[in-house]
Design a protein around this ligand. Structure first.
Ligand code: PLP
Length: 500
């Protein structure tokens, strides 16, 4: 657990500085206006749940690394190679500490492709072959991102996965959870739940869920792709061994560290020398001959064959170190104020429907808010937020289709408002929502900008609708001339070739 070396004032000052120091935070951005004149607005990035922006000090750290110590982590003959190896191992410790690991029982394994890579690795480690007897069932909540659902369905087979219901207010249905555990009893091997929903931001009581799972003899996997950037985590809470989390999954690019590193932190003893789960190859072995292979005893080395994503790992280590200095309690405090402000404002915008309980005292939520604007398709609202207000959000089902569909079905007001014009309404034909999500760089001004934009969009629904065409895939494109892209590889190459 984090024992803070700094006092609260120093930590607050660090958080405030950290939040201001991001690349691409508020560049002036051209926007459309209804009269066609156009204008410029400060960009507001409300899509941290998909991928966060990058802190300037992380960029500076990578710059320093590439200038002074760039090398392969498996090279030990020169200083840069050794420093690269040391940086990766330090990153491992810092990420472990961020989630409260116990290095005497846990291992932290870096994977590719973010949290998805880590979840797949764990599912394969726990179920090297589809089980046929014993503990052969996995409980998965209906709140899950597909990345904490599909790996389990593949590992044990669809018919051995049981789904924990969600309640109308978006929370996990604990009675259903207990019922499933009672019914399946000794068959349940694993309970897979998210720490924070990537749709509603609802924070699950993971230690309570862990105690219930452990009483039934099952293990718990917490997908912390959204929890790690937003709330304090403690895999081994003091005095509460039953509340411990067996496995935690982290996603680097959602935690202010670009490069899509995934990290699986959890019980080392599920990995075995005679059954390597990750890719096999260089770095994982002590000895190879044509007759014999001797795998490394160190689990992380064995399961991380090949040259890793070194910049992504270093970025993640630097971020984890910075967040340790700040303390996740303060990150959470910052977000609580923003979320309450945003929920209050959105509740007053005519036609806006927010999903999941807005009573944050009863149902705590992180900085993630999904909503619809009645009478408007979610794709159009998201497009108009960007085109007219330079506010970046995401729409659709956020790779959490079961949960999104359940939440939408529980809102007859949204569905009936669409039924009148089925051809244009993709809440009915293409279920989805708009999602605004926050990070440490999000401010009250950003929330106010969202409020202003949604108020405008709700009031000008008809005029906006007339200015968009919908593609077969459901995306909305403005009928006006498109701006030149701010970034393209071809432009970079052409600029370089021209000597600029
Ligand atoms: C809760 C949750 N789990 C898993 C994932 C998958 O993460 P990644 O894109 O890092 O694989 C996401 C991505 O949005 C997520 O929000």
């Amino acid at each position: 657990m984090n024992t803070h070396a700094r006092n609260i004032h120093e930590r607050r000052a660090l958080l405030s500085r950290f939040g201001r120091e991001f690349l691409g935070l508020h560049p002036p951005t051209p926007v459309r206006t209804l009269d066609g004149a156009g204008a410029t607005r400060r960009k507001v990035y409300l899509d941290a749940t998909a991928t966060s922006l990058m802190p300037t000090p992380v960029w500076a750290a990578l710059d320093r690394y590439f200038r002074l110590a760039c090398a392969n982590s498996h090279t030990h003959a020169h200083a840069a190679g050794r420093e690269t190896t040391a940086a990766i191992e330090r990153a491992r410790e810092l990420v472990g500490e961020l989630v409260g690991w116990d290095p005497s029982v846990d291992v932290a394994i870096f994977t590719g492709n973010g949290a998805t890579g880590a979840a797949n690795l764990l599912a394969e480690a726990l179920f090297p072959a589809p089980p046929t007897q014993g503990r052969d069932v996995v409980l998965v909540s209906k709140m899950e991102h597909h990345s904490n659902m599909l790996p389990w369905m593949r590992a044990v087979g669809r018919d051995r996965v049981r789904f924990i219901d969600t309640s109308p207010d978006g929370t996990l249905d604990q009675a259903c959870y207990r019922r499933l555990l009672e019914a399946e009893g000794a068959r349940v091997a694993v309970v897979a739940v998210t720490g924070v929903s990537n749709v509603t931001g609802i924070i699950n009581p993971v230690h309570e869920l862990a105690r219930t799972a452990h009483r039934a003899g099952a293990e718990i996997v917490v997908d912390a792709a959204q929890a790690a950037p937003h709330v304090p985590l403690d895999m081994h809470p003091a005095g509460d061994p039953d509340g411990a989390l067996d496995y935690v999954i982290v996603s680097g690019h959602k935690l202010y560290a670009p490069g899509s590193r995934g990290v699986l932190i959890g019980r080392r003893d599920v990995f075995h020398e005679d059954r390597v789960v990750g890719g096999v190859g260089g770095g994982a072995v002590d000895m190879v001959s044509t007759e014999e292979v001797r795998w490394k005893a160190d689990v992380a080395a064995r399961e991380e064959a090949g040259t890793p994503n070194i910049p992504g790992t270093i970025a993640l280590g630097v971020v984890a170190g910075m967040l340790r200095e700040i303390g996740m309690d303060l990150v959470r405090e910052h977000e609580v104020a923003l979320v309450d402000d945003a929920l209050g404002r959105l509740s007053r915008v005519p036609g806006v429907v927010v999903y999941g309980s807005a009573d944050t005292a009863r149902v705590p939520r992180a900085g993630v808010i999904a909503f619809n604007v009645r009478d408007l398709p979610h794709g159009l609202v998201a497009a108009a937020l960007w085109d007219y207000f330079a506010i970046a959000v995401r729409n659709d089902c956020f790779c959490a289709q079961p949960y999104v569909k359940e939440q939408l079905q529980l809102r007859p007001d949204v569905e009936s408002s669409c039924a009148s014009e089925a051809a244009a309404c993709d809440v009915e034909h293409k279920p989805g929502m708009v999602r605004a999500s926050f990070g440490v760089f999000t401010t009250r001004d950003d929330v106010a900008a969202l409020d202003e934009a949604l108020t405008f969009i709700a009031a000008h629904a008809g005029e906006l609708r007339a200015r968009y065409v919908r593609s077969a895939g459901g995306d909305f494109t403005h009928t006006g001339a498109a701006d030149a892209p701010a970034f393209s590889i071809d432009d970079v190459v052409a600029g370089w070739a021209a000597g600029g």
